[in-house]
Ligand binder design. Structure first.
Ligand code: GCV
Length: 680
């Protein structure tokens, strides 16, 4: 039976449409699974091919809360994506016995149990993490509890979408469209955080705008809090101390003024009415031009306690100890200790003093901050920087777990390690609007490492690197054998080519991009690199012993001895002649170029190692990493050349034999300008 011409054309069109629908959906499916970094370490790459794939069932017992249901859904989704080769029946059981620390869980093969809903979710993620590395289900036995109750990210995001020290695009929060539009990405962001146990998020910059406390911004914060809540994440806000004046119509922000206290109490009540589980305030006060209690002759404790009284038992005030002042002639490295240590015991019980990991500012290497262990009557949090303001931004591969580990494991000499002396942990986030979240694929590892160490500060860096690399890229043993050591050596490479042997803060003005050890003309003395290295014809380094600023005396005596003997911190603590004899037998002047060269050589090797991984990695991410490694190799040379050109000029010494001369004369490096560098 023949068809009429019109009918044939209609059928052809229908067939073409069907074909194009199939093609489109195939394309869409491929695009949805394109390896562009969006799926982070939660890719659940298949363990078996589709034919071997066996079914998995998940049973949830004892709770039907949104969080418990997320745990079940996460497992269902994860197991389906992982495609286990043997049948699995997983049970998620909420126990009736409270007692465990919030978030604690047990995994015994196919059985996950916890006394809390969030513990079930953490247990689900933990099981998937183990399975994702290729471990057999029956062999997985975990019994975990978080070391700290507060494990938080600090976003330095501004309401206009700019991120201070952000190298991953714009703010991850779509401030302008909130609260009406809450991007689906907010769910994925909360999920990623929950997968590593992060349970608090400060949503705005510590250099805070008072508008964050206005009703329209409280509505935006509420929308985020509602989205994050099922994932066990509480929202915190950075509060501008002068808000009662800026937006409250008062003439003062004096923390002892009754009207100011009443204003904060009412504002806090307004926040809790909108967000019943609001976490509290983070405050940067009297630091780098921010307002604070000292503007009224009051102490940091007066300021923090006033806010703590407004919040009461509902939340916490996190008060930053990152303070230093231009008018203060004291060594910048000493100022926070001088200011805060005498206040020990004066803070309210819901105040946490947040201290940066080192006494200056997130340098590639610093000794631990002397406040750790020195304020036994105060709750302390440690603040790390996950975004790499001083470590090459997003384009330099620097795995930060070894830096975090070095600080957390440091013995304070006051009855415990740094990890043991803090009760909370914060990381300055490196996330942004970029599709891959963190600007580079490898910077995802730093978000991951922060979360894992916040959960368990005893985890070794190599375990974290191995987990992350297996989940994010490939569980192939050959790949891991090559890439894990590459990651572990990467931060030391940055130290070598930027700030070897205890040098610090020699980066470009403002943006902190690239080398500028020669800068000496900035208004505030402590913003000039020359303040930190003090190099002249005779020698180099900051004397922080008894003959200098005596910052060493802020540490316990045994620790001070140890720090002084540590050559990696030589120029942090001592001013020494260029001919100073190192333990290697070489002079300092001979040792310095070796360090720079070692850093450059390590980065070159990283490039080769990565090139060899092409068979293991999808083309898109492989190329993205390779491109950044090229930038890093180029910039490591730039750092080496510019630094050596300057040290050579200032010491009046030619480079020791065997070291290549810098590519350009010193004035070429000095003339470089990058007003457009990101993150300022
Ligand atoms: C948010 C350094 C950074 C600033 C940052 C400050 C801080 O100085 O360069 O961008 O400001 O630390 O931690 O408050």
């Amino acid at each position: 039976m023949g068809f009429a011409r019109g009918e044939r054309v209609r059928m052809m069109i229908a067939r073409l449409c069907a074909l194009s629908l199939i093609a489109t959906s195939l394309f869409c499916a491929a695009a949805a699974h394109a390896e562009d970094g969006y799926r982070l370490w939660l890719r659940n790459a298949p363990l078996a091919d589709a034919a071997q794939h066996k079914s998995a069932t998940v049973t949830l017992i004892g709770s039907d809360s949104p969080t418990a249901r997320l745990a079940r859904d996460e497992l269902q989704r994860g197991l389906a994506e992982l495609r286990l080769a043997s049948t699995a029946a997983i049970t998620l059981r909420k126990l009736a016995t409270p007692a465990q620390r919030e978030g604690a869980f047990r995994v015994n093969g196919a059985k996950i149990s916890s006394a809390s809903d969030i513990g079930l979710l953490y247990g689900a993620f933990a099981l998937l993490r183990e399975l994702g590395q290729g471990k057999p289900l029956a062999s997985i036995k975990l019994d975990e509890a978080p070391a700290y109750t507060l494990r938080m990210l600090n976003h330095w995001d501004d309401p206009d979408g700019h991120v201070e020290r952000g190298y991953a695009g714009r703010s991850i929060f779509d401030w302008w469209h909130l609260p009406d539009r809450v991007d689906v990405r907010m769910t994925d962001y909360a999920r990623a955080n929950a997968s590593v146990g992060i349970n608090g998020v400060v949503i705005n910059n510590v250099n805070a705008r008072a508008m964050m406390l206005e009703p329209r911004y409280i509505a935006k914060a509420k929308a985020l809090a509602d989205r994050f809540r099922p994932w066990g994440i509480r929202v915190y806000v950075s509060a501008r101390f002068s808000a009662p004046r800026d937006i409250g119509g008062l003439t003062t922000a004096d923390p002892l003024d009754p009207a100011v206290r009443a204003w904060w109490k009412a504002k806090t009540d307004e926040l809790y009415a909108a967000i019943p589980d609001f976490g509290g305030f983070l405050v940067k006060a009297n630091s780098e031009g921010q307002p604070g209690p000292q503007d009224y002759g009051r102490s940091h404790a007066d300021g923090a306690n006033m806010l703590a009284a407004a919040i009461g038992a509902r939340g916490v005030v996190i008060w930053r100890a990152f303070v230093y002042a231009a008018e203060n002639k004291e060594d910048r490295a000493k100022q926070a200790f001088t200011e805060f240590q005498p206040l020990d015991g004066k803070f309210a019980s819901n105040v946490i003093v947040q201290v940066k990991n080192g006494p200056i500012d997130f340098q590639p290497r610093e000794p631990f901050h002397p406040l750790f262990g020195a304020m036994p009557k105060t709750q302390l949090a440690i603040e790390f920087q996950i975004t790499k303001e001083y470590l090459g931004f997003a384009s330099h591969l620097a795995f930060l777990a070894p830096l975090f580990e070095e600080v957390l494991d440091a013995d304070t000499g006051r009855g415990g390690t740094v990890a043991e002396k803090v009760s909370a942990i914060a990381g300055v986030a490196n996330t942004g609007s970029d599709r891959n979240w963190t600007g580079s694929d490898f910077d995802q590892a730093n978000w991951y490492a922060f979360g894992r160490l916040a959960w368990n500060p005893r985890l070794p860096s190599d375990q974290i690197a191995r987990e992350w690399a297996a989940l994010t890229f490939s569980r192939d043993p050959a790949f891991l054998r090559a890439v894990v050591p590459m990651m572990l050596g990467s931060r030391e490479a940055v130290v070598d080519y930027m700030t070897p042997l205890g040098l610090a803060h020699v980066m470009g003005t403002g943006h902190h991009y690239g080398p500028a050890p020669w800068v000496a003309d900035l208004d505030r003395p402590e913003w000039n690199p020359v303040y930190y290295h003090r190099a002249d014809r005779d020698g180099i380094g900051f004397d922080r012993t008894g003959t200098g600023s005596d910052a060493l005396a802020q540490y316990a005596p045994d620790v001070a001895k140890r720090l002084l003997a540590d050559e990696e911190l030589l120029l942090w603590f001592r001013h020494v002649p260029w001919d100073y004899r190192m333990s290697s037998g070489r002079t300092l002047w001979e040792e310095l170029p070796r360090r720079y060269d070692r850093g450059v050589a390590t980065v070159d090797r990283m490039g080769v190692t990565w090139a060899e991984q092409a068979p293991h990695i999808d083309a898109q991410r492989h190329r993205a990493v390779a491109d950044f490694l090229k930038i890093q190799a180029h910039e490591a040379r730039w750092w080496r050349d510019a630094s050596l050109a300057y040290w050579s000029a200032i010491s009046g010494r030619a480079l020791p034999p065997g070291h290549a001369a810098p590519t350009h004369p010193l004035n070429w490096y000095q003339a470089q300008r990058f007003p457009e560098a990101p993150g300022q």
